[in-house]
Design a protein around this ligand. Structure first.
Ligand SMILES: *Cc1c(COP(=O)(O)O)cnc(C)c1O
Length: 361
């Protein structure tokens, strides 16, 4: 049949972390790095309001939210752009910078959306080897050619849970050709309390060739409202506004995010909870020779190379106990899985199940 032909896009579509499978049984979802404490009280209040003007178009520039961000995070209002998740910002950055056959460098184990959006616009994706699950600056630099346009890194990185420290970030920017855009995704920055860590935003607030990504999907618990933001030089932001769909941020998302970012108490509680449970879970797992990253994110990458059982068997056993975690096949990380840190009762149950599993193997 003669029909219009569309482009052949050679990518695998994104598979989200599994959620509740059988509706009759209640599953504990520890597969998508979502907020363990839900949303803040202020956000809950907004969601209960009945007089939200949903029949009106939202503010296309999300000015109220951008003002709140610039106030709370201490950065320039007019260097902020909001997206339907940081996802949409990644997409817009790829549209703005990449032509067919341009090259993008990604650490081999990195967030899948970077490669997906890069490939959609026809760019070539090159993967730099990591060393012990950590981004290697040297290996990134080895991949640079005249065609390189963007290097994406998440810091801390998903799914490995490792990070580049301040001096390493500075070194990377220094050694990378000035014409290459360095995108630093700060998605998990709140959880990283290490003294040698600094956020991309804090380090490169005034840089013209670094672009920062932030999200409300993780610690703030607004994953379903789809809201994130990007930060960069005014000229970049101005160009991105030409690409941005006019009403990408809905009113409810903007209101909730504006409230959420001002609630420092919720952030603090979430981080304390995360550090406490992350360390406790890590310790229990180490009893069974499952090694993990340190708690610098709201998830742990579990490595089974020294363990009696494989990651696949462990994952199956967790599933039989109604716990869902994330397999690492798509990322091509062998014998590992990713576990998000849950709320207290979920974590207690998890540890009970883990101890039970190893009693019986
Ligand atoms: C979860 C995550 C995001 C957030 O994506 P949203 O589109 O904002 O929900 C961004 N980057 C990384 C590395 C992530 O893990």
């Amino acid at each position: 049949m003669n029909v219009p032909k569309f482009k052949n896009i050679n990518i695998k579509s994104y598979k989200p972390g599994k959620s509740g499978v059988n509706k009759k049984k209640k599953y504990i979802k520890l597969s998508a790095n979502e907020s363990s404490l839900g949303v803040s009280k202020g956000v809950k209040k907004i969601l209960k309001k009945k007089n939200i003007f949903l029949h009106r178009y939202p503010d296309s520039k999300s000015n109220a939210l951008r003002r709140a961000i610039s106030r709370e995070v201490k950065c320039d209002f007019d260097k902020i752009i909001c997206g339907a998740g940081s996802d949409e910002i990644i997409q817009m950055i790829c549209q703005l910078y990449l032509n067919k056959n341009d090259e993008v460098i990604l650490p081999e184990y990195s967030f899948l959306m970077y490669r997906i959006y890069s490939k959609i616009v026809g760019a070539k994706v090159l993967f730099s080897k990591e060393i012990k699950f950590k981004i290697s600056i040297e290996n990134i630099l080895k991949k640079v050619t005249k065609k390189t346009k963007i290097v994406f890194i998440a810091n801390p990185n998903n799914p490995t849970g490792t990070y580049l420290n301040k001096s390493e970030l500075i070194l990377l920017r220094k050694k990378l050709n000035k014409k290459i855009l360095l995108v630093i995704d700060d998605a998990y920055h709140e959880y990283n309390l290490k003294k040698d860590y600094v956020t991309g935003l804090d380090l490169f607030k005034r840089s013209k060739n670094v672009f920062i990504l932030r999200t409300f999907s993780k610690l703030y618990g607004l994953a379903s409202l789809r809201i994130g933001w990007g930060y960069g030089d005014k000229t970049i932001i101005k160009a991105l506004y030409k690409i941005k769909p006019p009403f990408n941020i809905n009113l409810l998302a903007e209101n909730c995010a504006t409230k959420a970012i001002a609630d420092k108490g919720f952030v603090k509680r979430s981080v304390i909870h995360n550090t406490f449970w992350g360390n406790r879970i890590k310790k229990t797992l180490s009893n069974y020779n499952i090694s993990t990253n340190e708690t610098v994110c709201n998830f742990l990458l579990l490595d089974f190379k020294n363990c009696k059982i494989s990651s696949n068997l462990f994952m199956k056993k967790l599933f039989n106990n109604r716990i869902i975690v994330r397999g690492m096949d798509e990322y091509k990380i062998k014998n590992c899985l990713r576990l998000s840190i849950g709320n207290s009762s979920e974590n207690k149950y998890l540890l009970k199940v883990v101890n039970k599993i190893f009693k019986n193997v």
